[in-house]
Design a protein around this ligand. Structure first.
Ligand SMILES: [Zn+2]
Ligand SMILES: [Zn+2]
Ligand SMILES: [Zn+2]
Length: 155
């Protein structure tokens, strides 16, 4: 594999891969130096896709293993490992199965009105927030929700 490690702006070599606090990986042009948020020299930054992690789960569409991937914005999704993006033709090939993960934001100091357990704040992939009972879980094996089904979509 040809590693594309030249800066497209100035042709210099790219610097070492660094990881941000939020776990994103990036590579900066080696001629640029960043001091207090300002750049001297070339300001090219290449964001690297997070490494996808193969999951012990099968794609419901085609049966291939699923991968856990993350977007640059930190949203997590599961996608089919046969799915490939071709940047040259801007087309995707393979299976198009994607499952966006819900993100649990934080446990709340609120009791569930149904069962008295604590509530948790959740955000869906589309950015909707809701509260649900912390005892509520998705049982993948049996494909059923278990625990308390209380959900508060707010106002
Ligand atoms: Zn450069
Ligand atoms: Zn698939
Ligand atoms: Zn409950």
């Amino acid at each position: 594999m040809d590693n594309d490690d030249k800066c497209p702006k100035c042709g210099s070599a790219l610097g070492e891969i660094t990881t941000t606090k939020s776990g994103k990986k990036l590579q900066r042009c080696s001629t640029g130096s960043w001091v207090d948020g300002k750049v001297e020299g070339c300001d090219f930054v290449k964001w690297l896709p997070s490494e996808a992690q193969t999951l012990d789960e099968k794609c419901p569409k085609c049966g291939a293993p699923l991968l856990m991937a993350a977007t640059r914005f930190g949203k997590r999704m599961k996608k089919c490992s046969t799915n490939k993006w071709d940047p040259a033709t801007k087309t995707a090939s393979g299976c198009d199965y994607v499952e966006w993960m819900k993100t649990i934001l934080e446990p709340l100091e609120e009791d569930c009105p149904k069962c008295g357990s604590k509530l948790v704040q959740v955000e869906t992939a589309s950015g909707k927030r809701f509260k649900k009972c912390s005892t509520n879980q998705w049982d993948r094996e049996n494909k059923v929700a278990v625990g308390c089904d209380y959900i508060d979509w707010g106002k």
